[in-house]
Design a protein around this ligand. Structure first.
Ligand code: PMP
Length: 418
C-alpha cells in the first residue's frame, strides 16, 4: 500500500483538481474535514438520476415515481452495507450530521425529565453540543462534559467518572474535527451499555477515513454527512437501532410520515424510516451518497487508511521540524493535522496559504470550548483526502516558511471567528 499510489489512481476522478487560482496557481485542497471534493462517479450518478428517473417518491403509482423510489431505496441499502447496519430501514436520510443529531435531541425532549443527565465530551463540534445543551435547558436535565486531557483527548477513566445513575444518553464524536483525535468509541459504548445508557456517535469525521461497522461498535445511533465523504451537500444519515428509532417522536412532521390522518382520531404514523423523513427527500443526494459509498468501498479502506496516515505523519513531522510551528494533539491517527504558527494569527496563515494555492481551515472549527481548552484564538487545520499528494503536503510546509505578520496579527491578534 504505497500512499502515493492512491492519489495517482484517483486524482483524475476529481474534475475540480484540474482547476486553480486566477493566476494559474494549482489547487492543493487540504480542507477535507470541512468538505471533500466530488468524483466524476458521484457527479455522474446524480446527473444520471435527474436525467433518467427524476420524480417524487412514495407518492404515485406512475413508472417514474417507481424508478425514483427504487433509486432512493437502493441508496438506502447501499448505505446499510456501508455501515453494516442490520436492516436498510434503520437508515434515515437527513440533510447531514447536524440534522441527524437534532432529530434525536428533539425527540428526547419527551424522554428526559428534571435531574436526568446527558454526557458529551469537551471536544465536541457545536453540532454535537448545542442540541444537547438546548435539550437540557428545556427538560431541566444536566449536561455533563467529559474533561479533556491537556493534549485534547479523553480517557476512559474520565468518561466512566462522568456517567451516573441519572445518565440517559451519551453523545460523542468518533473522530474530533479539531485535532483528528480518534475516540475509543467501542469501549465507551460498552461502558455506557453496562449502565444501560444508549450512545449516539457523531461520525462526521470518521466515515471517509475508516471502515465503520455500527454492529461491531454496538452504537445506538450513528450520524454522518455525505459531503465529507465525497458525496454531494445536503444529504446525510441517522442510523439507529430499531428499538430506539421506533420510539423517537418525529422532530418534523408533514408529507410522507403518516398513513392515517382524521380530524377526530390519532395520527397513525408510518414505520421508520419514513416516519422520520417528513417532506420530499433529497433523492438525488441519496443516489450521490450511495455512489460515494461505493467509490470508497472500491478504493478499499486499507488503502485509504494507509494513504491518510502516510500524509498525516509526513505533515506532522515536517511541521514539527519547522521551529515556529506548534503541532497540536498527541495522537495523529486521523486525517487531520492542526497547528499554530508562533506569533501569527491563523487568518494570516490561512490567507498566505490560500495565495499559494493551499486551502486549509482556520479559526475555531465550530468548537469554541475546544479552542478555549487549547488556549488559542484559533488554529490552522490541514486535513487530507484520497486525492492529496506528498507534493501538496510539501507545498503547505514550504508556504508556512514564508508567512509574514499581516492584517490580523497586527490589527486584531485576539479576534476570533468561527
Ligand atoms: N460533527 C463534526 C465532528 C463535524 O466535523 C461536523 C462538520 N464540520 C459536524 C458535526 C456537522 O456536520 P454538518 O455541517 O455536515 O451537519
Amino acid at each position: 500500500t504505497d500512499p502515493v499510489n492512491l492519489a495517482d489512481r484517483v486524482r483524475a476522478d476529481f474534475p475540480i483538481l484540474g482547476t486553480g487560482l486566477d493566476d494559474g496557481t494549482p489547487l492543493s485542497y487540504l480542507d477535507n474535514a470541512a468538505t471533500t471534493q466530488k468524483p466524476a462517479q458521484v457527479l455522474e450518478a446524480v446527473m444520471r438520476y435527474y436525467q433518467t428517473a427524476n420524480s417524487n417518491v412514495g407518492r404515485s403509482v406512475h413508472a417514474y415515481s417507481m424508478r425514483a423510489s427504487d433509486a432512493y431505496e437502493s441508496a438506502r441499502r447501499t448505505v446499510q452495507g456501508f455501515l453494516n447496519a442490520e436492516d436498510a430501514q434503520q437508515i434515515v436520510f437527513t440533510k447531514g450530521t447536524t440534522e441527524s443529531i437534532n432529530t434525536v435531541a428533539l425527540a428526547y425532549e419527551s424522554v428526559l425529565t428534571e435531574g436526568d443527565e446527558v454526557v458529551i465530551t469537551g471536544m465536541e463540534h457545536h453540532s454535537n453540543l448545542l442540541p444537547w445543551r438546548r435539550l437540557c435547558e428545556r427538560t431541566g436535565s444536566t449536561l455533563r462534559v467529559v474533561p479533556l486531557q491537556p493534549a485534547g483527548g479523553v480517557t476512559l477513566e474520565a468518561f466512566r467518572d462522568s456517567l451516573s445513575e441519572r445518565t440517559r444518553l451519551v453523545a460523542v464524536a468518533h473522530v474530533s474535527n479539531v485535532l483528528g483525535t480518534v475516540n475509543p468509541v467501542q469501549e465507551m459504548i460498552a461502558e455506557a451499555h453496562r449502565r444501560g445508557v444508549p450512545v449516539l456517535v457523531d461520525g462526521a469525521q470518521a466515515v471517509a477515513h475508516r471502515p465503520v461497522d455500527v454492529q461491531a461498535l454496538d452504537a445506538d445511533y450513528y450520524c454522518f454527512s455525505g459531503h465529507k465523504m465525497y458525496a454531494p451537500m445536503g444529504i446525510g444519515v441517522l442510523y439507529g437501532k430499531a428499538e430506539h428509532l421506533e420510539r423517537l417522536q418525529p422532530a418534523l412532521t408533514g408529507g410522507g410520515v403518516a398513513r392515517g390522518v382524521s380530524w377526530a382520531g390519532e395520527i397513525e404514523y408510518l414505520p421508520v424510516p419514513n416516519r422520520l423523513e417528513a417532506g420530499t427527500p433529497n433523492i438525488g443526494g441519496a443516489v450521490g451518497l450511495a455512489a460515494a459509498a461505493t467509490y470508497l468501498g472500491d478504493l478499499g479502506f486499507d488503502q485509504v487508511v494507509a494513504h491518510d496516515q502516510g500524509l498525516t505523519h509526513r505533515l506532522r513531522d515536517s511541521l514539527a521540524g519547522a521551529g515556529n510551528v506548534r503541532v497540536l494533539g498527541d495522537r495523529h491517527e486521523g486525517a487531520i493535522v492542526t497547528f499554530a504558527v508562533e506569533g501569527l494569527h491563523p487568518y494570516d496563515v490561512g490567507n498566505h496559504l490560500s495565495a499559494a494555492g493551499v486551502m486549509v481551515r482556520t479559526g475555531v472549527h465550530c468548537a469554541i470550548p475546544m479552542a478555549d481548552h487549547l488556549g488559542l484564538v484559533g488554529t490552522v487545520r490541514a486535513s487530507v483526502g484520497v486525492y492529496n499528494t506528498e507534493d501538496e503536503i510539501d507545498r503547505l510546509v514550504d508556504a508556512i516558511g514564508t508567512v509574514q505578520p499581516g492584517f490580523w496579527t497586527k490589527e486584531h491578534p485576539d479576534e476570533r471567528f468561527l
